[in-house]
Ligand binder design. Structure first.
Ligand code: SAH
Ligand code: SF4
Ligand code: F3S
Length: 434
């Protein structure tokens, strides 16, 4: 029995893919280990979204070499977006035996077998069809409460800063029958929450099903489960999706709606196909139908040619929307993207850093204000387990995806508990049993 260890970087899609890889390798007799030191096969499922993500992973691949030197039969493989982006150069480093892109995982057993005969292997062919629809993922989440279900792969947008269309290929949607089957399977195994995943879930389409219909179908197929989804592109989120959320109590009141910039000029250069006004209209629609819906975002500081005025537009849209939380990044030029070809990366590093810090400062205040508005409210939360700091406390998320902690020794991971918010920090709602 060969033991396989996988380290996963990047987005939730990669976590879901790692579960597919464990399934494919499991069928060939590989067993999973969480101890890198005892692994026969060490895999990294990688991310290319920003240069610092890649640099960190390259450093880690260097460390894998220690195990490879100690035991020459150990195989090191690179999966995911860096495999797709860097291709042969990873093999040329001499530190890697297998390079497999996101659509090549069915061939992994074959690639690993050939590599163990001493022949380095690479497969970075992207597919127009592959969705791994028939593969039952081996869930890696330890507490068995929350599961990811991938509903589509790839991306057909060409946001000018973004490497994903190059690393993941063209967009394709998975047959909804297999999505519903997987959701029902999660319910039968005792999962309490599923997250439907895609780079752009709102452009899901399979047969007569668009994302709104898929969402309703899934929500009705597993009425006892909570449903989440990510990511919504502001250009595509339809009234029908928002209405479907509003009419299904088990669809969580949370939309991750990456704004990227508050400046129309920058949005256009980013090739985001919406304007600031459109974005604000979507927010208004969401709040009109679901006043309690959390809205979170992603933003990029210091994109090519961004001026102080553009930056102020970003700060301003943060204030106007009052995001509940945000992932905030400095622009990192990615080789091969439209922006890298067309626009100089001309915002000085210290200016990018300062602008990012200003956005973070605003968001920290908005997060705290958002949490303060919840003090006194009662929420139903899904228990994830003991809180990190105190064994006599549990933690779990409410529908809005906010982390709650409260004193409790009676409940367990997977239970739904009603709690009342007593106080808060910027990151957490401090609660008591309701
Ligand atoms: N499909 C999602 C985004 C996936 S990438 C969407 O369209 O919203 C996750 C986030 O990484 C993006 O929302 C963006 O904010 C950030 N990002 C992507 N490329 C980047 C780059 N070159 N530099 C900095 N941040 C980037
Ligand atoms: Fe990247 Fe844009 Fe596709 Fe999101 S929608 S993955 S940002 S190209
Ligand atoms: Fe990273 Fe690839 Fe996801 S670049 S963010 S792992 S799609």
């Amino acid at each position: 029995m060969r033991k396989v260890y996988i380290e996963t970087y990047g987005c939730q899609m990669n976590v879901a893919d790692t579960e597919v890889v464990f399934s494919i390798l499991g069928r060939e007799g590989y067993i999973r280990t969480e101890e890198i030191g005892e692994a026969d096969v060490i895999l990294a499922n990688t991310c290319s979204i920003r240069d610092n993500a890649e640099q960190r992973i390259l450093g880690r691949i260097g460390q894998f070499n220690i195990y490879r030197k100690a035991r020459p039969d150990v195989i090191v493989g690179i999966l995911g977006c860096m495999a797709e982006r860097m291709k042969e150069t990873l093999l040329e480093s001499g530190k890697v035996d297998v390079v497999a892109g996101p659509d090549a995982y069915r061939r992994l057993p074959e690639l690993l077998a050939a590599a163990s005969q001493g022949h380095p292997q690479i497969d970075v062919i992207l597919s127009r069809e592959e969705t791994y629809a028939d593969i039952a993922p081996v869930r890696v989440d330890k507490n068995g409460v929350s599961a990811f279900i991938s509903i589509m792969r790839g991306c057909n947008n060409v946001c000018s800063y973004c490497v994903v269309p190059y690393t993941r290929g063209a967009e394709r949607s998975r047959d909804y029958h297999t999505i519903v089957r997987e959701a029902c399977d999660c319910a039968e195994r005792g999962y309490k929450e599923i997250t439907l995943l895609g780079q752009n879930v709102d452009s899901y389409h399979f047969g007569e099903y668009d994302f709104a219909r898929l969402l309703a179908l899934v929500a009705e197929s597993v009425p006892d489960l909570r449903i989440r989804f990510s990511t919504s592109n502001p250009q595509d989120i339809s009234d029908a999706v928002i209405e479907t959320m509003a009419t299904h109590a088990n669809i969580c009141r949370h939309i991750h709606l990456p704004v990227q910039s508050g400046s129309d000029r920058i949005l256009e250069k980013m090739r985001r196909r919406y304007t600031r006004a459109w974005y604000l209209d979507r927010v208004a629609k969401i709040r009109a139908l679901m006043p309690d819906c959390a809205i979170t975002t992603d933003v990029i500081a210091g994109f090519c040619s961004e001026t102080e005025e553009d930056h102020r537009d970003t700060l301003d849209i943060f204030e106007q929307v009052g995001f509940d939380a945000a992932f905030m990044f400095q622009y990192s030029e990615r080789p091969g993207t439209l922006a890298a070809k067309k626009y100089p990366d001309d915002v000085a590093p210290d200016v990018k850093t300062r602008r990012l810090e200003e956005i973070i400062a605003v968001q920290n205040r908005l997060s705290l204000e958002s949490n303060r508005r919840d003090v006194g409210k009662t929420f139903r939360v899904l228990v994830e387990g003991p809180s990190k700091r105190n064994a006599a406390e549990l933690c779990g998320r409410n529908s809005q995806n906010k982390m709650c902690i409260w004193p409790d020794t009676a409940h367990r991971a997977g239970d739904f508990v009603d709690v009342k918010v007593k106080d808060c920090t910027q990151a957490t709602l401090l609660c008591e049993p309701a």
